[in-house]
Design a protein around this ligand. Structure first.
Ligand code: SF4
Length: 285
């Protein structure tokens, strides 16, 4: 059943209310991202019994525990690895991964590039708050240059990764980015990712008010969200991304599509062909 209006979406239907109140700081963008994901799932009409959500460690990693579905809170940087095994074994399930920038690009960076290359059907939501928020505010692969963190007290001297450029270069079937300021657009992007018949990577620029924002004197949550909005330029569609490092101007929307065979279907087809050939040889003996 397809549900397509905001009016009939009640986020409480999709939450484990017994886990409330949640642990997110006031103004944290991760709550907006979670709501957009649940709204997209609602619109598509995905049965929660057929939904599996994997997350790693960190503030973003905590979100799976709040979703009333089949959820797996796994080790740091490994949600894509767990999800890969699960998706291969259960192609009947919808698989979603929620990961932070440190979880997805640093500790789990190797899993990300191979998940993009492999193209197994799942949707990976990377919540980018530019910092390791839960563990005290250390620099992450997406911390912008010159920004302060507890491990870059003089300002970050490294260029930040452009996660979408990385995912595109590694072969992800669907790549997109959005800010939490544009909730309906974010929901729509996630919906398209969920419907993509392969690996979908979506970066959500999410504000960390308490750790990153306070350290860099970026103001309140609305001020941080407006600042993120001012740095982006909507992009209807692009096949390539100019630079592997993040520039001051970030594109949002669907950034690339790469339609090619989905790994799970290709694997099952090869396995069936091998089983048929083996049965044929046995019948000749
Ligand atoms: S530390 Fe930052 S990212 Fe973590 S919950 Fe608080 S505001 Fe959000």
């Amino acid at each position: 059943m397809m549900l397509d209006t905001a009016a009939d979406f009640d986020v409480r239907q999709y939450l484990r209310l017994e886990t409330m109140p949640h642990f997110l700081c006031p103004g944290c963008g991760h709550g907006i991202a979670l709501r957009a994901l649940l709204w997209a799932l609602h619109e598509i009409g995905i049965d929660r019994d057929r939904l599996a959500v994997f997350s790693g460690i960190g503030c973003a990693g905590r979100l799976s525990a709040y979703i009333d579905a089949n959820t797996f809170h796994v080790t740091h940087g490994r949600p894509l690895a767990y999800a890969t095994g699960f998706a291969l074994a259960r192609p009947d399930m919808h698989v979603v991964v929620i990961s932070g920038d440190g979880d997805c690009l640093a500790i789990g960076g190797n899993h990300l590039i191979h998940a993009c290359r492999r193209n197994l059907k799942m949707t990976c939501l990377m919540l980018n708050n530019e910092v390791y928020g839960m563990t005290g505010g250390q620099v992450s692969p997406t911390t912008s240059e010159s920004m302060l963190t507890t491990t870059t007290p003089l300002g970050n001297a490294e260029p930040a990764f452009d996660a979408c450029a990385l995912a595109t270069a590694a072969g992800a079937g669907f790549v997109g980015r959005e800010v939490t300021h544009h909730v309906p657009r974010l929901k729509e992007l996630i919906r398209q990712g969920l419907e993509h018949p392969g690996f979908a990577f979506i970066e959500v620029l999410s504000d960390c008010t308490e750790i990153f924002g306070r350290k860099n004197e970026l103001g309140s949550s609305p001020e941080m969200i407006l600042r993120q909005k001012s740095e982006i330029r909507p992009s209807a569609y692009r096949d390539t991304v100019d630079t592997p490092f993040r520039s001051t101007e970030l594109r949002t929307g669907v950034l690339s599509r790469n339609e090619r065979p989905e790994y799970g279907a290709a694997y099952r087809e090869a396995a069936a062909a091998a089983a048929g050939a083996a049965a044929g040889r046995a019948g000749q003996r």
